[in-house]
Design a protein around this ligand. Structure first.
Ligand code: NAP
Length: 457
C-alpha cells in the first residue's frame, strides 16, 4: 500500500480517536461524534484510492444500502430501544469481520501463519459476537421471551469452544482448508455465541452487549491486519479497548464479576435468594406529593428506566423548575447503571434542558441524602434497593446504590408493584419513610405540576 494512503489512514485514525476523546465530556460530546463520523467517511473514501481496488460498484451499493438503513433506523429508534439497536449494529460489525475471514479462507493459502491465525481468531470472535448480539437483540426486543439454560451449560460452552479451537487450528495448518472444515468452524462458532448469550437475562444484558461490542472491535482489528488496513486496525482496537473498559465499569457498578455475568447469569427467575421483607407499601396522592416537595428545602430526584419508558424527562424538569422558583434546592442523582445503557439518564436529562451542574454522580451525591427532605424516585428500582447494602443473601448484595432510604421522606413514582429489572423485590418501598405515588411517570408528574402551581396561588 502506498505511503500516501497509509498516511491518509493514519490521519483519519487520529481524527477518529480525537472524536472519541471529545465524547468524554457532555459539552464536547456532540462535536466528538461528528468528528468520528467524518473520520469514518474519510476512511471509506481513502479505500476507493487503494491500489488494486476494483469493486467500485459493489462498494457503492454496500455504502448506500448500509448508510440508508443506518440513517433511517437512527432517526426512528426510541431512546428506550437504544440497547437493542446497539446490540444489532454491534452484531453486524462482528458478522462483517467474520465474513472477511471467510472470504480469505475461500481464497486459500498465501497469507502466512500469522495472518491466518489472526483471521481465524477474528472469525471466531466475530462469529460469537454476531450470533450473541442477534440473541441479545431478540431478547431486548421481546422477540425471545424465554431464558434458555441447557443442562450442564458451562460444560457445553467449554466443549464448543474447544471444538472451535481445534477446527481453527486445522484451518491454520492447512494451506487451503477444505470447505467442510471452514463451514464446521463457522457453525460451531455461531452456535457458541448463541448458547453463551441465551441464559443471560435481566440486569446483566447491557453488560453482555458491551462485552460483545469489545469482541467485535477485536475481531475487526484482527481482520484489519489480514487486509493490511491500518484504519480498520486502529478503529477495531479502539472499539475493543473502549468496550472492555465500559464492560468493566458496568460490572463494577453492579458489583458483578464478568465471569459471573457469563457463567452464573442473574435473571428474574434465577435471582431468588434474599431475606423476607417486612412492612407494607403505603400510597400517597399527587396533591400530597406536591405539598411535601413544595414546602421542602432540598429535593433530590433519582430517575431510572421508568422515566425513560414514560418519556417523562421534560415534565420532571418542568416540575423541578417550579420547585426551584419556590425556593426549593433541587438536584438530580444518577446511578451509573440507571436505565439500560451507561449515560442513559444523562442523555435524557440533557435533552430536557437540565443544566449539567444540577446532575450528580453516585459518589458526588450519596452523602447528601440524609440532609434531603425528599428523595423523589422516578421509575428507578434496582439502583435504589437498600438490600444491596444490608442483605448478604441478596443476589445484588454489594452493588453500590443511591442511598435514597436515608432521606427524611422518599416518594417513589411507578405504575404498580412490579419488581426491578433484576427481578428482585425492593425493600425501600416497605420502609416507614417511603410513600408510593402510583401512575405512569409522565402523567403523574403532570398532576404533581398542576398541584404545585395551585399551591403557589
Ligand atoms: P429498573 O430496576 O429496571 O426499574 C424500573 C422501574 O420503572 C420498574 O420498577 C417499573 O415499575 C418502573 N416503570 C416502568 N415503566 C414506568 C412508567 N411508565 N412510569 C413509571 N414507572 C415505570 O430500573 P433502574 O433502577 O433504572 O435499574 C436499571 C437496571 O438495569 C439495573 O438492574 C441495572 O443493574 C441494569 N443495568 C443497567 C445498565 C446500564 O448501563 N444502565 C447496565 C447493566 C445493567 P412498574 O412496572 O411498577 O411501573
Amino acid at each position: 500500500m502506498s505511503g500516501v494512503i497509509q498516511l491518509a489512514y493514519f490521519a483519519v485514525a487520529v481524527v477518529f480517536i480525537l472524536g472519541l476523546k471529545a465524547m468524554s465530556s457532555p459539552v464536547t460530546a456532540r462535536k466528538g461524534i461528528v468528528w468520528a463520523g467524518y473520520a469514518m467517511i474519510a476512511a471509506t473514501l481513502v479505500t476507493f484510492y487503494t491500489p488494486g481496488m476494483q469493486n467500485y460498484g459493489l462498494m457503492i451499493t454496500a455504502i448506500v444500502t448500509g448508510g440508508a438503513v443506518a440513517w433511517w433506523s437512527g432517526k426512528v429508534v426510541k431512546m428506550t430501544d437504544m440497547p437493542q439497536m446497539v446490540a444489532i449494529y454491534n452484531g453486524m460489525g462482528g458478522g462483517a469481520a467474520a465474513a472477511i475471514a471467510a472470504l480469505e479462507f475461500a481464497r486459500g493459502g498465501t497469507h502466512g501463519v500469522t495472518a491466518t491465525t489472526l483471521a481465524v481468531l477474528g472469525a471466531l470472535i466475530g462469529s460469537v459476537a454476531f450470533s450473541g448480539s442477534c440473541v441479545a437483540f431478540a431478547k431486548l426486543q421481546g422477540i425471545m421471551t424465554k431464558t434458555w439454560r441447557l443442562p450442564q451449560q458451562n460444560l457445553v460452552n467449554i466443549v464448543l469452544a474447544g471444538l472451535a479451537v481445534v477446527l481453527g487450528l486445522a484451518i491454520i495448518v492447512t494451506e487451503t482448508p477444505p470447505a467442510v472444515i471452514v463451514i464446521a468452524f463457522f457453525v460451531v462458532a455461531l452456535v457458541l455465541g448463541a448458547i453463551l448469550t441465551m441464559p443471560i437475562g435481566g440486569a446483566d444484558m447491557p453488560v453482555v452487549i458491551s462485552l460483545l461490542n469489545a469482541f467485535t472491535g477485536l475481531a475487526v482489528g484482527f481482520e484489519g491486519y489480514v487486509l493490511g488496513n491500518p484504519a480498520l486496525i486502529v478503529a477495531g482496537i479502539v472499539v475493543g479497548a473502549s468496550g472492555t473498559l465500559l464492560t468493566q465499569l458496568m460490572a463494577k457498578a453492579m458489583n458483578r464479576p464478568i465471569r459471573n455475568v457469563i457463567f452464573t447469569p442473574l435473571s428474574g427467575a434465577a435471582a431468588g435468594g434474599g431475606e423476607a421483607i417486612e412492612g407494607t407499601m403505603k400510597e400517597l396522592s399527587a396533591l400530597d406529593a406536591a405539598s411535601v416537595m413544595r414546602y421542602a428545602s432540598k429535593v433530590i430526584i433519582v430517575p431510572g428506566y421508568g422515566m425513560a419508558v414514560a418519556g417523562a424527562q421534560h415534565k420532571v424538569w418542568e416540575m423541578a423548575q417550579l420547585l426551584e422558583e419556590g425556593g426549593v434546592d433541587v438536584a438530580f442523582a444518577i446511578h451509573p447503571v440507571a436505565g439500560r445503557m451507561p449515560g442513559h439518564m444523562n442523555v435524557l436529562l440533557a435533552e430536557a434542558g437540565v443544566p449539567y451542574d444540577k446532575i450528580f454522580d453516585l459518589e458526588e451525591i450519596n452523602a447528601d441524602f440524609p440532609q434531603a427532605d425528599v428523595a423523589l424516585v422516578i421509575g428507578a428500582n434496582d439502583v435504589v434497593n437498600p438490600v444491596a447494602r444490608t442483605d448478604k443473601t441478596s443476589p445484588i448484595y454489594g452493588m453500590p446504590i443511591l442511598n435514597v432510604d436515608m432521606a427524611h421522606n422518599v416518594i417513589v413514582v411507578k405504575r404498580g408493584q412490579g419488581a426491578g429489572y433484576s427481578g428482585i423485590e425492593n425493600a425501600l418501598f416497605y420502609k416507614d419513610n417511603c410513600r408510593m405515588l402510583y401512575g405512569s411517570a409522565q402523567q403523574i408528574i403532570g398532576e404533581v405540576i398542576t398541584h404545585v402551581k395551585a399551591l403557589e396561588v
